[in-house]
Design a protein around this ligand. Sequence first.
Ligand code: 0A1
Ligand code: ZN
Length: 897
Amino acid sequence: MKTENAPSILRSDYVPLAWRIDHLDLHFNLDPVATIVKSRLRCVRNALAPAAPLRLFGEDIELLDLTVNGAQPAPDAIRRTADGIEIALEGESAEIEIATRIDPSANTTLSGLYLSRGGFFTQCEAEGFRRITFFPDRPDAMTRFTVTLEADTATCPVLLSNGNLIEQGPLDGGRHYARWEDPFPKPSYLFALVAANLVSLERRVNTASGREVLLQVWVEDGNLDRAGHAMDSLIHSMRWDEETFGLELDLDRFMIVAVSDFNMGAMENKGLNIFNSKYVLAKPDTATDIDYENIESVVAHEYFHNWTGNRVTCRDWFQLTLKEGLTVFRDQQFSADMLGRMAEAGGEAAAASARAVKRIDDVRVLRTAQFAEEAGPMAHPIRPDSYQEINNFYTATVYEKGAEVIRMLHTLLGAEGFRNGMDLYFSYHDGQAVTCDDFVDCMAEANGRDLDQFMRWYGQAGTPRVTAQGRYDAESRSYTLTLTQHTPPTPGQPEKLPLVIPVAVGLIGPDGADLPLRLQADNHGATTKLIELTEAEQSFQFTDLDFEPVPSLLRGFSAPVILELDEDDARLAFRMAHDSDAFNRWDAAQRYAERVVLALAADAAAGRPLAVPAAFVQAFRALLTNDGLDPAFRAQAAALPAEAYLLERMAVADPAPLRAALMALMRELGGALAEEWLTLYKKHEVSGPYRYHPADAGRRALRSLALKYLAAAGVGEGLERAQAQFERFDNMTEGFGALAALVHSASPAREAALDAFHRRYRDDALVLDKWFALQAGAWRWDAEAAPVLERVRRLMEDPGFSTENPNKVYALLGSFFRANPAEFHLPDGSGYVFWAEQVLALDRRNPQVASRIARALESWRRFTPEIRDRVGVQLERVRSVTGLSPDVAEIIDKALG
Ligand code: 0A1
Ligand code: ZN
């Protein structure tokens, strides 16, 4: 077992492999308590690396036998190390045979080989393969794999691994076997096996070049009717990658397997993607529109990794964003294209709006999760310089900010320039394990552009602040925009250098229409212009302007920065009403709402009465009732900023007054606009059977939001409508939307609705997760209700709950700790005691899950002194426990840092 105080691993310490493994033959005799793994490694000396012994990693596995070239090695040729064994080898090549024994039933970490509902599954990224056999378990060790699986025919009729099935048949004693061969060399983190009782949905399709391939989605018996959307998503992903990047599936068979117990979302193992069942299974009465959208994007993400991650992989784990940032960018583009294409039936504006809504969703995630991460003790560049536990670095920074960095390249180089860079990347590096520099070098070379300064995005942590100031000169009819940039210090990085920041600029005239832009000598005349901020301060002069314009900056969120702009309420209302850039229009609404909420929170903290400014209600009403705007967009604009984001924006985070402010604002907007909400609700009913389509989803989202505001304000007709919708729903989006509205109200009907939902879905694990999450995240609209923590504790006793299943932990505990700050941070400190108990209990079973839960308190220093005192005690309590995993130890140490 690995324990705390792991030394930091440094990016600068990279040394190439002394021995390459050109082939690996693996044989598994699968048994729930004693699986025997035999491996044969063909090792070849790497002439380009300094001479060193062969280093094999191994963790929590029993070594039964090891031979070198068929003989026992001399005792002094082999050395046990803290994390494996080292073997001194002679000559230029050697064949090593190793036998190990593992106990999958005892593997509660869900890393390596483990059991889930009677089947065998693996998860090897980042360092799970070393929990299966001794191996150079690092991403630059690319090897050709042949895998033989043996298991009980009755319990494990399906035997899968990477690549192509080359042989299978019966064995004595009720057992059978299958042999798989992967034609492509790969690192061990992409190895996978599945031996279980599953059924598959199959399709045969042709690739662009006309090769027929077999696609399979494997699920438990009884779930085939929920596999169709994942299959459609896979086919759409294949087509998109062919059309957009000229990238084709390179195998004869591609498999997706759903598993109930999984730490993360999904895993891109070569040809055998293993998914958290949450991101595969969907049918209308169990999955919401958001689930459908998530499934499509996760299926695409894993599929896209086949090229960006698998064919070209990472040299070391510091380069993680090379595959993750790029692949998230690709899945975001794919989803925007899919949504846009589906919405096209409603016209070009509907398609553009669907794309904008997707962009808004992505930026919401970035601003909520990633900005907070970068402002706290876990701040790191998208390419970190050090880590203690790599599993802690699958972060919003590496993924989401990494995707923004790729997006900026796409913006700066244009779609064609970006594509040329991608083509060059594959032509140089196919089959290799490379670095982020290699990727950016290809972009630079293909476009004849110097990207040296751009590379700073890879090395500097922290969210840059961009400040804008405008000056209109009536005499010269010009407008000078002065932009400054500054990145605040982060742990270990006191000083920052200026970055290359693409800023998409528009100027709006007094009538609300965009003005043609003339930037000094450049007579372009377009209405949005990309300017590049590369220095600490720069000015840009726009000419031929008859009036003072209203600037609309960072259109489409052209860079992952915080834009500090001095705009008064009237100007925000003006941009809410007129900004032609949908993203910025939404952003204006969010900025205005943020300003109102934070002012109300300050009033609440000072004990002043809470009064919502009439001008805000007016601007909000105008946007909401503008039928020229797509319903999905209106639902985005009318949803208040996330509570976690607002906490981040408070000078000192104080959850109680913030919650009071949000409640007051929702009540006011629900009550004052009750008529408008009811009209919207009636007008946007969706007829016909459920289909996953952005036009329908937008209507449903707006109706659910209407119910939520009406219920918050206790509007009788709203509550009745929610109740009626809940009693008669035929799709989960509407059913859950109604339930959520009832739960977020003071109505006594909420408990009966929760009970009814439970009765209907208690045997459906994924739906039950929604029920747990909803209650853990509920606000106390009814002042008489008990603290949510009491309910969370009670729900942990529900037969459908288990701390052994990550989805359940994230749904109940994760939602309470992350989505319910006011209840988690109750002044009595009970939330923190509970947090410490849960982190410690989880850590004994599953360090990765424990660490994710532990991170809920990492930003504790931003809170009030009273909160800091109470949290500090619990952080110290966790730190003092012996035998903490390195995962949790790293988080706690950094938090206390
Ligand atoms: N590479 C996968 C996500 C993943 C990462 C780490 C894991 O275990 C520590 C598991 C899965 C993806 O990006 O989808
Ligand atoms: Zn990924």
